[in-house]
Design a protein around this ligand. Structure first.
Ligand code: ADP
Ligand code: MG
Length: 594
């Protein structure tokens, strides 16, 4: 069995091997024209791959990718023809220039929400296009010629058939690296950027920084494509780097889809062939030349995206053998995140916390404490301000007034990812999971702060040890909450009650000192609630402190050590569960609300 497993994994990857074999023999068997086409598909795939990550996965739209291709192409064109520099050195210069520009654009726009990145990239794309076209010495819109051929170990890549291998070696390396990146600690976080940014930040992800990294990654891929292009063509002019070209790259990424890195190749192939066919065929059909192909092209894309909104990759994948992922193998435990033993102070102190939403005071001058090792219940009628209080503690909302201290230090004012790093994890009343991602990967995201691997390690798959530990830990937490049979299911396919339980497993994967649970038992059946109560008691026995919001009074009364009751943002009562149950003001607030 163990000898058969790797072999069958190899066999099940036959579509990849078949593609690689076809790419390897193609230049020897297909006519020159198709080698040229394949060269362009390889170059476009590099750019589309970056956009797949940036737009498809991370949800950030760039209209400036062609301009980054232009930076790579013009950097090498200028420096090789005018100064005689080695193309390999100019690649480095191009990458540095791209990085500087991308970081500047990213830094300015990615911290702001809204459409700043698309707008900034449009402006950048247009200005660079005209800069290339009008700067003296760059040959204007006719461009620069005489770019030298690339040579590798003295072998000059003058023929397209030879250049082909360089392009595809780089494209395949980029596909492999990006595939690895998506399947890593950072990859899980990138997949959260589009729909679950606040959740990701509550688990330690610096969203703006990660978006900048992805933007930079995509820009660097585009730059490499431009560098290759310049040495393939041996001349450059501004046309291929226009806004129109950027939009075509976006089409490639969207048509391919973001489910798999091969989507970039599928998208690049389809758009390239479509343009080729339309430019060739339509004028013949209509007996005149014109811009018909642009119109037909646009209509076809709209129809395609209407039929397959997630791009073509899912359709292709449906035809291929399905791979059932293996359960994570046992791996050593991750280091415990030791939070300094409390200094005799309470673990959590909320001091005169106030949160105003315009005229509405959602939390009003609220103070309470949570002692180390305690399960504290925060209860109150709907709209009392409990979830808002959670958001104030975890840093997702800023306080209007007041202060929150954790383990003796002020945490109010810190970004949520810094608060998470202090040892705090939470669940959300409105479940925040990444629906298409497996339960296992969702829970693994909870451990974001417990390993350190960055982009380079992930791309080169040097993060294997950490990943094995994280995946095994995630599987253990999922089994612990009773969802072991759902490890590989898409989180979004679970019933809502179970999704809440996945959220608990994800919070546990963070190994927090303080766990904030917002209505964890909602949607669970009686027996499931009992299991959850047992689990929380067990966690508390292991030294975890828990702040619990819950409406099920039996659940709360049997589990918590103390209760804080909120009503209209204020503290109505505080004390032992038995006393709270008898408190007339509390009874009235609940009966009044009911
Ligand atoms: P609870 O969790 O106790 O049911 P919430 O904290 O969700 O209560 O809400 C408290 C009050 O604050 C409610 O009146 C709610 O409508 C309001 N509120 C919560 N979040 C926001 C927000 N982001 N913007 C405006 N009002 C909000
Ligand atoms: Mg709530």
């Amino acid at each position: 069995m163990s000898a058969g497993a790797p072999r069958s994994a190899f066999v099940r990857r036959w579509p990849v091997w078949a593609t690689l074999a076809a790419l390897a023999v193609a230049p020897a068997v297909v006519p020159q024209f198709y080698v040229t086409l394949l060269n362009y598909i390889g170059l476009y795939s590099l750019v589309a791959l970056g956009l797949m990550l940036l737009t498809g996965v991370a949800g950030q739209t760039s209209f400036g990718q062609a301009a980054f291709v232009g930076v790579g192409a013009y950097a090498t064109a200028i420096l090789t023809t005018m100064f005689g520099w080695s193309p390999w050195l100019t690649l480095l210069i191009g990458l540095l220039a791209t990085a500087a520009i991308a970081m500047m654009l990213g830094f300015v726009t990615l911290r702001m929400s809204g459409h700043f990145l698309p707008l900034a990239t449009i402006a950048w794309g247009i200005s660079l296009f005209y800069l290339f076209g009008t700067l003296p010495n760059l040959g204007g819109f006719t461009g620069l010629t005489g770019i030298p051929a690339l040579s590798i170990f003295g072998f000059e890549l003058r023929q397209e058939r030879h250049f082909y291998y360089l392009i595809w070696a780089i494209a395949l390396a980029a596909l492999w690296g990006t595939h690895n990146l998506l399947d890593s600690r950072l990859g899980r976080a990138v997949r959260a950027l589009k729909g679950s940014l606040t959740m990701a930040e509550a688990f330690g992800v610096d969203g703006a920084k990660l978006k900048s990294i992805v933007f930079l990654y995509a820009a660097l891929l585009a730059c490499v494509s431009g560098w290759l292009y310049a040495h393939l063509q041996r001349f450059v002019n501004p046309t291929p780097f226009s806004l129109t070209a950027s939009i075509e790259y976006l089409f490639m990424a969207v048509v391919g889809g973001a489910g798999n890195v091969w989507g970039a190749v599928i998208g690049a192939t389809l758009i390239t062939l479509l343009k080729e066919v339309l430019q060739d065929f339509l004028p013949k059909l209509l007996g005149q030349t014109g811009q018909f192909e642009v119109i037909v092209f646009g209509i076809l894309i709209v129809v395609l995206l209407q039929r397959a909104p997630d791009g073509l990759t899912p359709l292709v994948q449906r035809l291929l053998p399905r791979r059932r992922p293996a359960d994570p193998a046992p791996a050593p435990a991750l280091a415990h995140r030791a939070v300094a033993a409390a200094t005799g102070r309470p673990l959590l102190e909320v001091l005169d916390a106030t949160k105003e939403f315009g005229g509405l005071v959602a939390v009003n001058n609220l103070s309470f404490e949570l002692r180390q090792g305690e399960i504290l219940g925060l209860i109150g009628p709907n709209g009392a301000g409990k979830s808002t209080m959670f958001n104030l503690i975890s840093g997702l909302l800023p306080l209007t007034r007041g202060n929150v201290r954790f383990n003796g230090e002020t945490i109010s004012g810190l970004a949520p990812y810094h608060i998470a790093a202090r040892g705090l994890a939470r669940t959300f009343q409105h479940v925040k999971l990444i629906g298409q991602m497996s339960v296992l990967d969702n829970v693994a995201l909870g451990a974001f702060l417990r390993t350190r691997s960055g982009v380079a390690k992930a791309c080169l798959k040097l993060d294997g040890d950490d990943e094995a530990r994280v995946r095994y830990l995630a599987a253990q937490q999922i089994r612990r909450v009773g969802l072991g049979a759902q490890l590989h299911d898409a989180a979004g396919s679970l019933p809502l009650g179970k999704q809440r339980v996945v959220e608990i497993a994800r919070a546990l994967a963070a190994d927090p000192a303080l766990l904030l649970l917002d209505e964890p038992a909602a949607g669970l059946r009686y027996a499931e609630k009992q299991e959850l109560a047992n689990l929380l008691r067990q966690l508390q026995g292991e030294g975890m402190s828990i702040l619990l919001v819950e409406h099920d009074m039996d659940f709360v009364m049997g589990l918590t050590h103390r209760l804080v009751v909120m009503d209209f943002g204020q503290k109505l009562a505080e004390g032992l569960p038995a006393d709270i149950q008898r408190n007339p003001a509390v009874r009235e607030a609940y009966l009044g609300a009911a």
